[in-house]
Design a protein around this ligand. Structure first.
Ligand code: SF4
Length: 326
């Protein structure tokens, strides 16, 4: 098993025959994610460091993962220190960087270095890309069924898309799961919620957010980052694919995609999720300035259910959205 700290060119691991594991997915789906954070704090991670970083550390140690690809540019400013701590524990770390300027040349060099490390050729990568794209197209259909036919819940949309970063480490098994879900979802009667929401920002550490929203008659029909993990654009080559993937680049690139999808999916309001102690919180002020729709900024810290204060804020936000509807 090879771990990684955020989405990387998965094609390379698949071409190399290695089992991919997105550490974020392993962490948040653990039976006791809270204890992984506590283990990191016992090891010396400060209280005021993001829960995801501590969860990733705890996950690597608990699973005895010996090799990790660490995305040092384009994701998290804390990853470099995490990499150093893991090195101290004897974990082999392989750096990968998304160039801030989105230059094709720099990204091609990063992809080349990673491919060389795993000993895979260009042809093998393209073959893996074809295989992965087959699954991705099915995930795009789940997304379409969410916003266009209203047959998929916000949580189902979130879970299937978020898993595309590592395809659950088992392409064939995940594809069977997708096929079974699609067959069942297509038969469902359309959902009829009052409000349609966009969820933007990193995936939530709050475990029951989508279910609580649906209890309040609001369904998420656009999960921004999770959709990006599924590589939603058809591209001629792998460099173009990871250049168009918006998450690792500037907020304005992300906002272009968000605005386009908000219009397409007939969104009533936006939840901007921010993680406690995350540098991306600063971008909230740009999001609020740029988006024309009402935005609720929701902060999460540790894994667990929605807290009472956040619930009350969401209720107020949804009431306001309902009052605005014609
Ligand atoms: S939420 Fe922010 S601080 Fe935490 S791992 Fe992600 S980018 Fe880093």
């Amino acid at each position: 098993m090879i771990g990684f700290t955020t989405t990387i060119p998965l094609e390379i691991l698949v071409a190399a025959g290695r089992r991919p594991a997105d550490l974020n997915n392993l962490f948040i789906t653990a039976p006791d994610p809270q204890s992984l954070i506590e283990e990191a704090e016992v090891a010396g991670f400060p209280r005021n460091i993001c829960g995801w970083i501590k969860g990733l550390y705890g996950t690597v140690i608990r699973h005895g993962i010996s090799e990790v690809i660490a995305v040092t540019e384009g994701d998290c400013s804390n990853t470099q220190a995490l990499m150093e701590v893991l090195t101290l524990h004897g974990v082999k770390t392989i750096p990968f960087a998304y160039p801030y300027d989105r230059s094709h040349e720099s990204l091609a060099l990063e992809i080349h270095k990673l491919a060389r490390h795993f000993g895979v050729s260009r042809d093998q990568i393209e073959e893996a890309r074809d295989r992965l794209d087959r699954l991705r197209r099915k995930i795009h259909e789940i997304d379409r069924l969410s916003w266009q036919e209203n047959r998929v819940s916000g949580e189902e949309n979130h879970l299937f898309q978020v898993c595309t970063s590592d395809m659950k480490g088992d392409l064939a098994g995940f594809e069977d799961e997708i096929d079974a879900f699609l067959a069942q979802a297509r038969q469902r009667a359309p959902l009829a919620e009052t409000l349609r929401l966009a969820y933007i920002g990193v995936p939530p550490i709050i475990t029951d957010l989508y279910a609580r929203l649906e209890e309040m008659e609001a369904r998420v029909v656009f999960n921004e980052t999770q959709r990006q993990f599924s590589m939603p654009y058809p591209c001629a080559d792998i460099e173009e694919q990871y250049r168009r993937y918006t998450y690792p680049y500037d907020i304005f690139t992300r906002l272009d995609d968000i605005e386009e999808q908000i219009a397409l999916r007939r969104i009533d309001g936006v939840i901007h999720y921010v993680q406690s102690f995350c540098f991306r919180q600063i971008e909230d002020l740009i999001v609020r300035k740029r988006l024309k729709l009402p935005v609720l900024t929701l902060e999460g810290d540790r894994p667990g259910p929605l807290d009472a204060r956040s619930r009350i804020r969401i209720e107020g936000f949804l009431e306001m959205l309902k009052a605005r509807k014609p």
